[in-house]
Design a protein around this ligand. Structure first.
Ligand code: KIV
Length: 317
């Protein structure tokens, strides 16, 4: 709502239908039931609320926000404090979905204790229900699990490794590399990870790992055989100002939608077509009458003064 929209006592938004909360164990249950898991990124209250109300199972406050929200070239520069800020906004919006916060680059890459301390901040200060970490960091996943913090692993194309990979390239392209990926996925699962994002890997690799693994895989650019799928919200609605990757399906053209709305607004302002009388606040009739009377009184007073001045001038002549 606009800040100046005053409530008439009615609820500000429709009552939210109570739904069973999605938890990390519920995701594993969905895998066993063969029920696909829907996941989407969100970085702010309104998008998270739409995603939650649309029935998305897992909402990831991804470090992709560095690029799609903050305009950075890659994900490396986003800080823990920035991620916490966005996670809090998402947390306030979500009732049903599992809220997962991405641990940003540098927040878990040195000592396990430091990674643990940063993960605790996401749970304690921002309300995250799980954290996501990139790479086969088995020791850290074990420590987080022992500290009661659910973990989503992330293997394959891990954007925080962009410099090591030499760009955003599809990973696990050989039989050996697929075996290594599978071993890493098992190591993470055995250490306590509740789910694993598989990004940018051949469909066959994802299919094999998904079939073997006891925990769900959530694919992005990993083909249709994963237990779930995740996309970056801005890719889904065309808000990235860049050609989409092969795996992206655009479900809406928000760029065109918003651009046209903003242009029409600017034109209306320039032509004084906005706001209209109906979009203006009005005084009650009694106050308007009083103003008219005062104005007429002021006018007649001004006329009298003017007349007197004229008289004085003619008398002087
Ligand atoms: O940061 C992000 O958006 C992600 C998804 C691509 C899985 O990690």
């Amino acid at each position: 709502m606009s800040l100046t929209e005053f409530s008439s006592g009615a609820p500000l938004s429709p009552p939210r239908v109570p739904l069973p909360k999605v938890t990390m164990p519920a995701l594993t249950e969905m895998k066993h039931q063969g029920k696909p898991i829907s996941a989407l990124t969100a970085y702010d209250y309104s998008t998270a609320r739409l995603a939650d109300e649309a029935g998305i199972d897992l909402i990831l406050v991804g470090d992709s926000l560095a690029m799609v929200v903050l305009g950075h070239e890659n994900t490396l520069s986003v800080t823990v404090d920035e991620m916490l800020h966005h996670t809090r906004a998402v947390r306030r919006a979500v009732r049903r979905a599992l809220v997962v916060a991405d641990m940003p680059f540098g927040s878990y890459h040195s000592a396990v204790a430091e990674g643990l301390a940063n993960a605790v901040r996401f749970v304690k200060e921002a309300g995250a229900e799980a954290v996501k970490i990139e790479g086969p960091r088995v020791e850290l996943v074990r420590a987080l699990t022992e500290a009661e913090i659910p973990v989503v692993g992330h293997l394959g194309l891990t954007p925080q490794s962009v410099h090591r990979m030499g760009g955003y390239r599809v990973q696990a392209r050989t039989a050996d590399a697929v075996l290594q990926l599978e071993a890493d996925a098992f190591a993470l699962a055995n250490a306590g990870a509740g789910a694993i994002v598989l990004e940018g890997v051949p469909r066959e690799a994802a299919e094999q790992i998904t079939a073997a693994l006891p925990i769900p895989t959530i694919g992005i650019g990993a083909g249709p055989d994963c237990d779930g799928q995740i996309l970056v919200f801005h890719d889904l609605v065309n808000l990235t100002f860049a050609p989409p990757a092969k795996f992206v399906r655009r479900y809406a053209d928000a760029s065109a939608f918003f651009r046209s709305a903003i242009e029409r607004y600017r034109e209306d302002v320039e032509h004084r077509a906005f706001p209209s009388d109906a979009e203006s606040y009005h005084l009650p009739e009694s106050a308007r009458r009083m103003i008219r009377i005062n104005r007429e009184g002021a006018d007649s007073m001004a006329n009298r003064v003017a007349r007197e001045e004229l008289n004085q001038q003619s008398n002087r002549r």
